[in-house]
Every structure is written in structure tokens, then in C-alpha cells.
Design a protein around this ligand. Structure first.
Ligand SMILES: CC(=O)SCCNC(=O)CCNC(=O)[C@H](O)C(C)(C)COP(=O)(O)OP(=O)(O)OC[C@H]1O[C@@H](n2cnc3c(N)ncnc32)[C@H](O)[C@@H]1OP(=O)(O)O
Ligand SMILES: O=C([O-])CC(=O)C(=O)O
Length: 528
């Protein structure tokens, strides 16, 4: 039921009621889930009085004579000044409920009827070789082909950038990560109106609960920001609607996806706020995140870290965030999110784990390592260096037994199309293409494949996305290399959280593959 709140904070409601002080800011979901948990009676939804805007007000909980009136702790409720708010995440959720999930459930039932079909075999080489190529994982949003690279529901990066809604400014040409998220979740291209409303919704939910702010304030200033980001995301679990509803038993399995969806939207809304706070803190800046509902997530993020007045930076960042969102399911960050989620850990805990995987140097941390590598090489090279000098540097590096960051890939066997997309963006920009560090990145991308081929170990000698991304951030003035993987971490959430919602919607079970010891492998081999 709805409870009206009038201009003076008095109530219009129902039977016996309970008054709660509400301070405006964040966490509508805290309110409802708190009630869910506390109340065996009725679940209440509070809605703001139509004329009451952005001020303290009161909300009420109905109760009955049998139930003791309880004073709930102070809860926060964001009351927006906008009338007739269209919660686009609600629209997306409704579409999921009414259209996409029933269709996909039907497909799953069909597939399960002949689920004994064989789709692959496993070799010992695969078991001992990082499980390469084993077809054992379900993933909807994107697919990686070794030669062609990533496609999102069959659409190439170039196609996505053409057809997905862009930023609201005139002349904006880059797809928004919100648009990409919609495509990844539904398989369909959203309308501009749907994306604008989604951006507004994410802006509305961007404020952090106080405990997250305090947690970040108490972390060591020199802690790697990926560690801090993961810790802060895990701490949002305290407000998880999914875990609260699961633990109080108020949802059945077929409805698990709903709070997983709410938590995912909340995480997407808050991760830029956390990232901005970490970035500003590293620079000694204390600033409250302000998200403008008429702008997209990237613009708001850029604004809050001090880059808002530079549209080229915002456009580059939009492309960056959309590009890195998903790379099918087997990569470390996606797989770990999916795995942890399979234990019904909530989306915050699951993605916190994914971020910890992203923080490894063979995965997302390569973004920071590449930039350091390029800066170091640039210092070492003579002023008018040639490709031969670059080649020499790479050989020295390899002879030291180190991997060339930004090169190679577990699946790809051609240059990464994400690298190509960023390269095209940069080549069209006068200022980037004149940047001496970008020029070096460009030269390395031609020289390194030859060197790596001759070196003879790397299966894929070509550049991956990380070899290009950091130099763009550096070019626009973001010199804090430790922060580069944090940007990647914002982006990856747009791909893996939709999958987590699907995991719960289709009732995917806990993951538990079979492991084998070397003795067991030998025994099986000799038996053949
Ligand atoms: C967004 C992303 O996560 S993209 C990847 C980001 N990571 C990097 O750029 C780090 C550098 N690259 C690498 O370390 C690897 O290419 C990975 C981790 C991406 C893929 O690993 P694998 O699938 O095991 O690569 P591959 O099968 O080609 O490895 C074979 C050998 O080549 C070596 N090799 C692979 N890439 C490189 C490289 N860039 N420089 C030097 N040696 C390399 C491996 O270390 C391995 O050596 P070993 O036999 O002595 O252990
Ligand atoms: O696919 C992988 O293994 C690594 C990668 O490029 C990504 O996760 O973006």
C-alpha cells in the first residue's frame, strides 16, 4: 500500500501507524528491505507527497494490534524533486519480467529436454592449461571469437557505436555504457528515451550509505585503489536487498532475480561515486559526489573527478566504459563474479570478487603496467628514436624474463578490436595523435608483434585493449596510473551484472566442476 505524506510531514494512511524520521539522501531500498525483515505483517511502499520536494519528511508503517509497534532506526529515503519520475530501471525490470525472462525460460526448458547432447571434449592439455577452450559456461551478453574479437549479441563494436544511443550533447558520437548495458541485458537496442531515463535513475541512486563513506575514509591513503574499490563494493552488501530478502525467506527462487536486479542497479549507480571518492582522496580533494539527472553516468563521473569541462575526455571515457563492459564469461573478472554469485552471494559480494580478479597484472592491472612501461621506455629512448631502438628495448625487456604488458591474449589470435576502436578514436583526434606517448604506443603496436613472434612463446603477439587505454587517460591529464584499472572496474560492472541477473532469473545452480590430481590424470591416461 502507499502512504501519503503531506506538506507538514503528517500522514494519510491506514490504521495504526509508526512514524519514522527520514533523512533525505539515498537508499530507498534500505527502507523497503528493512520493513520486509522487521515486519511479518505488511510491506509498505512510501511515496513522496506530490508537492513535497527535497525536504525532510516522515514515512509510516502500518501495523496491527497483535504486533508491537517498533521504532525502526533512522532510515534514508531519497525524495526527488521531480514529479512523475519515470524509473527507467523499473521499465527495464518490467521488460525483463514480462518479455525477456519468460522467453529465455522457455528456451532453457527446450534445451534441457536434450541436455545430454555433447558439445565438446576435454583434454589433459586443457585441464593443465588454464581450461582454455573448454565449453562449459553459459553466458548471454557477448561472445569472443579468436579471429574476429568480441561481439555483443552478434553486434561488432563498430556497429554498437553506430546504433547505440550516444551522449545528450550535440555532436556526441560515442555510445554510452548505459546503452551497452541495456543491449547486454536484453539483446535489444534501447531507445534514446530509455537510456536518458536510465542515466537519470543511476544518478538518483548514486549517493553512498554513510558506512561506505566512513570505510573509505579509514582506509590507508596509499592502499592500491583496486583493493579499496573491492572493499567498498563488498561493504555495500550491508544494504543488499537480495541478501536481506533471501535471509528472511521472503522470496522464492523464481523471484531471486528481482532483488539481484535492484542490487545491480544500485551497484552501477554507486561504483562511479566510490571511484571518484578514491580518486579525489588520492589527490587530497574532499568532495561530495553530485550527479546531475539530466546527464549520463560518464559525464557525471568526469565532472566529479574534475574533467567535466572537457567533452573530448568525456567522449573518450564513454567509449572506454562501453568497450570494456563484457568479454564473454571466461575471463577472470567475469568468471569470478559469476562463480561467487552461484553460491547466492549478493551482487555486491560477487562483483567485489570480480574486481579482485581484475586487479591481477595478467588481467586488468595490465592497463596501469602498460602506461608505466611506455613512460619508462620513452625515458630510455634517445630523442630521435627509431623503430630499431624500440625493438632493442623490447628484446632487453623480454631477456629479463618479463611479459610485455598489453600484448598477448588467452583467446584472441588477432589484434583486439577494442584496441582498434581506441586507436581509431585517437587517430581522429589532433591532440592525441600528436602526443609523444601515444606515438610511442602506436610504434610499439607495430614493432612488438614482430619481436614477440621471433621470441616464439606468445600464442598471440598482437596488442590487446590494455596496450592503448592508459595512454588516453594519461593524455587527458589523468596521471595516476594506479587508477586505470579502477576505470576498467567501473566498466566491467556493466557487463557482468546483467549476466548475474540472468543467472538468478534462470535459476543457475552453484558451480562445482570436478577437479583431478596428477595421479588421477595419469591413471585415466594409462587406462585409455
Ligand atoms: C583485458 C585483459 O585482461 S587483456 C590481457 C591483459 N594482460 C596483459 O597484457 C599481460 C601480458 N600478456 C600475458 O601475460 C598473456 O598474453 C595473457 C595472460 C594475456 C594470456 O596468457 P596465455 O593464454 O597463457 O598466453 P600464451 O598461451 O600465449 O602464453 C604462452 C607463453 O608466452 C608468454 N607470453 C604471453 N604473452 C606474453 C607477452 N605479452 N610478453 C611475453 N611473453 C608472453 C607466456 O608468459 C607463456 O610463457 P611460459 O610458457 O614461459 O609460461
Ligand atoms: O577475455 C579475457 O580473458 C581478458 C579480456 O580481454 C577481458 O576480460 O576483457
Amino acid at each position: 500500500m502507499n502512504v501519503d505524506i503531506d506538506r507538514h510531514g503528517a500522514f494519510r494512511g491506514c490504521g495504526q501507524i509508526l512514524l519514522i524520521n527520514v533523512d533525505i539522501k539515498s537508499e530507498t531500498e534500505t527502507v523497503s528491505s528493512h520493513w520486509h525483515r522487521k515486519s511479518a505483517i505488511q510491506v509498505v511502499t512510501a511515496r513522496p507527497h506530490p508537492h513535497k520536494c527535497d525536504s525532510y519528511c516522515s514515512i509510516y508503517r502500518p501495523t496491527t494490534a497483535q504486533h508491537k509497534v517498533q521504532m525502526l532506526s533512522r532510515v534514508s529515503l531519497r525524495i526527488s524533486s521531480q514529479k512523475n519520475i519515470r524509473f527507467s530501471s523499473t521499465e527495464l525490470k518490467n521488460l525483463m519480467r514480462e518479455k525477456y525472462i519468460p522467453n529465455k525460460r522457455e528456451q532453457l526448458t527446450r534445451i534441457k529436454k536434450s541436455s545430454a547432447s555433447v558439445i565438446g571434449q576435454t583434454t589433459v592439455e586443457q585441464v593443465l592449461g588454464g581450461m582454455r577452450g573448454i565449453r562449459c559456461m553459459w553466458w548471454e551478453g557477448s561472445e569472443l571469437d579468436a579471429e574476429k574479437g568480441i561481439t555483443f549479441h552478434g553486434k561488432t563494436i563498430e556497429e554498437c557505436n553506430r546504433i547505440l544511443p550516444h551522449g545528450p550533447e550535440q555532436g556526441a558520437t560515442q555510445m554510452l555504457p548505459e546503452s551497452m548495458m541495456w543491449l547486454i541485458m536484453t539483446g535489444e537496442v534501447p531507445t534514446e528515451k530509455q537510456v536518458r531515463a536510465l542515466s537519470a535513475d543511476l544518478a538518483r541512486h548514486s549517493a553512498l550509505p554513510r558506512h561506505v563513506d566512513e570505510l573509505i575514509d579509514n582506509l590507508p591513503k596509499d592502499m592500491h585503489p583496486m583493493t579499496s574499490l573491492s572493499a567498498a563494493i563488498a561493504s555495500l552488501s550491508h544494504n543488499s536487498v537480495f541478501s536481506k530478502q533471501y535471509s528472511d525467506g521472503s522470496i522464492t527462487k523464481d523471484k531471486f532475480w528481482e532483488p539481484a536486479f535492484d542490487d545491480s542497479i544500485s551497484l552501477l549507480a554507486k561504483i562511479p561515486t566510490i571511484a571518484a571518492k578514491l580518486y579525489n582522496r588520492s589527490k587530497g580533494v574532499s568532495k561530495v559526489y553530485k550527479a546531475d539527472e539530466s546527464k549520463d553516468v560518464t559525464w557525471n563521473f568526469a565532472e566529479n573527478i574534475g574533467f567535466g569541462d572537457k567533452l573530448p575526455f568525456v567522449e573518450m571515457m564513454r567509449l572506454y566504459l562501453a568497450l570494456h563492459a563484457d568479454h564473454e564469461g571466461g575471463n577472470v573478472s567475469a568468471h569470478s563474479t559469476h562463480l561467487v554469485g552461484s553460491a547466492l552471494s549478493d551482487p555486491f559480494l560477487s562483483y567485489s570478487a570480480g574486481l579482485l580478479g581484475l586487479a591481477g597484472p595478467l588481467h586488468g592491472l595490465a592497463a596501469q603496467d602498460v602506461l608505466r612501461f611506455i613512460l619508462q621506455m620513452h625515458q630510455w629512448l634517445p630523442k630521435n628514436y627509431t623503430e630499431k631502438d624500440v625493438e632493442q628495448y623490447l628484446w632487453n625487456w623480454l631477456k629479463d624474463g618479463r611479459v610485455v604488458p598489453g600484448y598477448g591474449h588467452a583467446v584472441l589470435r588477432k589484434p583486439d578490436p577494442r584496441f582498434t576502436a581506441l586507436h581509431e578514436f585517437s587517430s581522429k583526434s589532433d591532440s592525441i595523435s600528436k602526443d609523444p606517448h601515444w606515438k610511442l604506443v602506436d610504434i610499439v603496436s607495430r614493432v612488438a608483434p614482430q619481436v614477440l613472434k621471433e621470441h616464439g612463446k606468445t600464442k598471440n603477439p598482437f596488442p590487446n585493449v590494455d596496450s592503448q587505454s592508459g595512454v588516453l587517460l594519461h593524455h587527458y591529464g589523468m596521471k595516476e596510473t594506479e587508477f586505470y584499472t579502477v576505470i576498467f572496474g567501473i566498466s566491467r560492472a556493466y557487463g557482468v551484472l546483467p549476466q548475474l541477473v540472468w543467472d538468478r532469473a534462470l535459476g543457475m545452480p552453484i558451480e562445482r566442476p570436478k577437479s583431478l590430481s596428477l595421479n588421477a590424470i595419469e591413471k585415466m591416461m594409462s587406462a585409455q
